[in-house]
Design a protein around this ligand. Structure first.
Ligand code: GRF
Length: 216
C-alpha cells in the first residue's frame, strides 16, 4: 500500500511540486494525501491546488507563541487524512519536542546545505562566508534540534568564486528537487533504518564517488 504523505509548506513550494510530480509515477511508493500550509497566501497553496492536490490551511498566526495549540490543530488534520509520513518543505515554524517525538522516524525535512554544516538561517550566505568549495542539500529525519537528525540523503554542488547567495541557492535547489523525492521513495520503501544518529540504507550502492572542486 502506498504511504500517505503530508507536505507542510510556508512559501513558494518548489520542493512540494517536485514531490507531487514524483508521486505521479505509478511505481512511487507514496501518495501526496494533503498539502498543509500555515500561511493562507503562500505561493505553494495555489501551486498545490493547480496540481489537483488536497490543501488544508492551518494558520499559525492566531496561535502566537502557543506552539502546542497550533500543533493540536495540525495533528487533527494529519489524523483526519491518515497521514503516515510528514515532509517539511520550506515550513517556517518550529515544533515542540513533544510533537517531534510523536513523529519520530516519520517526519522529514530538507535543508539547503550539507548538514551538519550551516544549519539555521541563510545557509547559502553561511557557505559563501566560510569559503567552502562544495555545498549542497540534505534530507534528514526531524529531531528536536533545528536542522539536525539522522541524514537520509545528500546532494552536492560546486561553489564558484563568483557565486552569490542567489546563484548558489538556485544550483542547490535543482539538487533538492532530485534528492527529496528520492529520499521519500527510500523511506516509503522501508529501506531506511535509523541507527542512533545515523541512517542505514538497505541496498545502497556502496561504490562511492569522489567530487573535487575546484578542478584545476
Ligand atoms: C528550500 O531551499 C528548502 O531546502 C528550505 O526552504 C526552501 C524552500 O523552498 N528548507 P521551496 O518552498 O520548496 O521552493
Amino acid at each position: 500500500m502506498r504511504r500517505r504523505v503530508a507536505i507542510l509548506i510556508s512559501g513558494r513550494g518548489s520542493n512540494m511540486s517536485a514531490l507531487i510530480e514524483a508521486a505521479r509515477a505509478r511505481d512511487f511508493p507514496a501518495e501526496i494525501s494533503v498539502v498543509i500550509s500555515n500561511k493562507p497566501d503562500a505561493a505553494g497553496v495555489a501551486r498545490a491546488r493547480a496540481a489537483g492536490v488536497a490543501v488544508e490551511i492551518v494558520e499559525s498566526r492566531p496561535f502566537g507563541r502557543d506552539r502546542a495549540g497550533f500543533e493540536k490543530a495540525l495533528q487533527a488534520v494529519l489524523d483526519q487524512r491518515s497521514v503516515d509520513l510528514v515532509c517539511l518543505a520550506g515550513f517556517m515554524r518550529l515544533f515542540t519536542a513533544g510533537f517531534v517525538q510523536r513523529w519520530h522516524g516519520r517526519m522529514l525535512n530538507i535543508h539547503p546545505s550539507l548538514l551538519p554544516s550551516f544549519p539555521g538561517l541563510d545557509p547559502h550566505g553561511q557557505a559563501l562566508k566560510a569559503g567552502v568549495k562544495i555545498s549542497g542539500a540534505t534530507v534528514h529525519f526531524v529531531t528536536p534540534d533545528t536542522d539536525a537528525g539522522p541524514i537520509v540523503m545528500q546532494g552536492a554542488v560546486t561553489v564558484k568564486d563568483d557565486d552569490t547567495a542567489d546563484t548558489l541557492a538556485k544550483r542547490i535547489l535543482d539538487v533538492e528537487h532530485k534528492i527529496y523525492p528520492a529520499a521519500v521513495r527510500l523511506v516509503a520503501d522501508m529501506r531506511v533504518r535509523i541507527d542512533g544518529e545515523r541512517c542505514m540504507i538497505e541496498g545502497a550502492d556502496t561504490d562511492g564517488a569522489t567530487m573535487v572542486a575546484p578542478i584545476v
